[in-house]
Design a protein around this ligand. Structure first.
Ligand code: GLU
Length: 561
């Protein structure tokens, strides 16, 4: 491939979930290559044995695939539609499976005198650091002279292990960056950094340089935090006789209050809610007493995702989405998330805001990538998502909600037969902002009739006519009692039959005001004054449950004063 056919890569370290910042890096890298007839590679940087996990690698791939970002080379993956992605001539695409390659290049540098073994113990390094601090200079490790064969043998006998350090030479390095602009690190700034760790694994710096060369990477787009690392990479490239990719570093995505978008934000929201509610113990079925105690006792402790979700549900708060999977769980559409992420750091100009990945691919270039951090505007994202849902064909909305339910709301699929599931979708599309809304706001459908809680609030009391003056005429509660009989007698439990029966009743007893009985019915079957259209709601709940719920509501409301 020549420079006109760029090769880009996304190289996550799989230590958790794919953060939206990472997703944007992947999206830009993909768009850059694919819009120019090039190739996009995924490489899993799992050389940090402590932090990497296989589950996380698979999670990253799943998230990317869901976003519609497909890779030409990389880990093999079977998408939910059965299509296969990945593989390729430059594998393995897991760095942990490439040790032999790194060792070969590392040895080459040692043989050429460009790298050396360093046997310092942790205590010795610490002493050097302290010494530098005492002299008020930054600690930079430099070559400390050759190690004799005897010393080497002694170190090995003592069980010491060596790292390999790169002899960086005290030269100035100019980092060339197509996004942020160039910057020069003065001579002496880069130390003799480690390229192979004691465990035999390469460091990030070494592996990234070797792999970018061997995989033919021409353009590297990555997070801004790697900007100064680029100096190390450039020195290594020169020492190894490698080509130099074009670099572009992407500024981070921030919260509107300028803080970093971090998974800790979820704990922050939960801690605030716990404090406001003055909770001393965890709500039942959320987290264990031990987890709670550890979490409450230390602001740095984070709850695991499942626990955090259960606690958020119990506290009725919305967890801020941070990772791609969070947005997916909340019912955002992948194409909307991609559109929105692209706008957080790039713009096509001409006030164009709505576009798809194809458009991005055609238009994306480094010249319009923003240098300054973008602020993640959740309100705008939700508005984008709402627009997309409103504009969707009903059958598409239903299909996508079903897919969502399969992943995250299986209890609705178990509870509702196909016809009622379809009805829930048509009843909800208009008011839904996310694919999760039809489920999130209709939990009453899952509750056992005997366990439905009626909300004792102002609107409910008003609709039922609790405490209303007798001269005001029949109360909502009275209509509910009467409607119980009407509904029990109708032959077909369909919207049309229900509406016709209710209309007859309201003409005869409620002055034609159907709301006077619709609201009490809604409260009875759903527990509150908000639900899908009432006749749909009654059909969704079903005859038997509806009648049982009305009986319970009448009994409950009769006790209210
Ligand atoms: N594994 C690095 C990270 O996740 C990749 C940096 C790079 O793209 O060079 O930050």
């Amino acid at each position: 491939m020549t420079a006109t056919h760029p090769v880009t890569r996304f190289a996550p370290s799989p230590s958790g979930h794919l953060h939206v910042g990472g997703a944007r890096t992947a999206l830009f890298s993909w768009a850059f290559a694919k819009g120019r007839g090039g190739k996009f590679i995924i490489r899993i940087e799992d050389t940090d044995q402590k932090r990497s996990s296989d589950a996380a690698s698979v999670g990253f791939l799943k998230d990317l695939e869901w976003l519609g970002i497909r890779w030409d080379e990389g880990p093999e993956y079977t998408a939910p539609d059965g299509s296969r992605v990945g593989g390729g001539p430059n594998g393995s695409y897991f760095q942990s499976e490439r040790l032999e390659i790194y060792n070969r290049y590392c040895q080459k540098l040692i043989d050429e005198g460009k790298a050396y073994e360093a046997w310092d113990s942790a205590e010795e390094l610490e002493a050097m650091r302290k010494e530098a601090t005492a002299q008020k200079v930054a600690f930079r490790y430099r070559f400390r002279g050759p190690v004799s064969a005897e010393d080497r043998a002694r170190f090995i006998a003592e069980g010491r292990q060596a790292v390999v350090r790169f002899r960086s030479g005290e030269v100035a390095v100019t980092i060339k960056d197509e996004v942020l602009g160039d910057a020069t690190l003065p001579a002496g700034e880069v130390d003799d950094f480690v390229i192979r760790k004691k465990d035999g694994f390469p460091t990030y710096h070494f592996a990234v340089v070797v792999d970018d060369e061997l995989m033919g990477v021409t353009h590297v787009l990555r997070a801004q935090e790697h900007f100064t690392n680029t100096a190390k990479h450039m020195l290594l490239q020169d020492a190894l006789g490698f080509r130099r990719p074009v670099y572009g570093h992407l500024s981070i995505i921030k919260n509107p209050d300028d803080s970093k978008m971090s998974k800790r934000d979820k704990d922050k929201v939960l801690r605030k809610a716990v404090k406001e509610k003055g909770l001393a113990t965890p709500p039942a079925g959320t987290v264990t007493a031990e987890e709670w105690a550890r979490w409450i006792g230390d602001d740095n402790v984070q709850l695991d995702l499942e626990g955090a979700i259960r606690l958020a549900e119990a506290l009725k708060v919305q967890l801020p989405e941070i990772n791609v999977d969070d947005f997916r769980r909340s019912g955002y559409l992948p194409e909307v998330l991609c559109n929105f992420l692209a706008l957080n750091g790039w713009s096509p100009g001409h006030d164009i805001e709505k576009f798809d990945n194809e458009f991005l691919k055609e238009r994306f270039g480094l010249d319009r990538v923003m240098k300054t951090p973008a602020k993640f505007d959740r309100v705008k994202l939700l508005a984008f998502n709402t627009d997309a849902i409103t504009g969707m064909k009903p059958e598409d909305f239903a299909r996508r909600c079903r897919e969502h339910a399969r992943q995250f709301r299986a209890d609705f699929l178990a509870r509702l037969d196909d016809a009622r599931f379809a009805l829930l979708m048509t009843a909800c599309q208009e008011r839904s902002k996310t694919l999760d809304d039809p489920f999130k706001s209709n939990g009453f459908l899952l509750v056992a009739d005997g366990a439905l809680a009626f909300s004792d609030d102002k609107n409910v009391r008003k609709a039922l006519g609790i405490g209303a003056a007798p001269e005001a005429g029949p109360t909502g509660l009275a209509h509910l009692r009467a409607m119980r009989g009407v509904l029990a007698g109708i032959s077909e439990w369909t919207q049309a039959a229900l509406e016709a029966a209710a209309t007859d009743y309201s003409n005869a007893h409620a002055g034609g005001k159907i709301g006077a009985l619709a609201q009490p019915l809604r409260i009875a079957v759903s527990g509150s004054t908000v639900s899908p259209p009432i006749w749909d709601t009654l059909v969704l709940v079903g005859r038997e449950s509806a009648l049982a719920r009305i009986d319970r509501c009448v009994a409950w409301a009769s006790e209210l004063r």
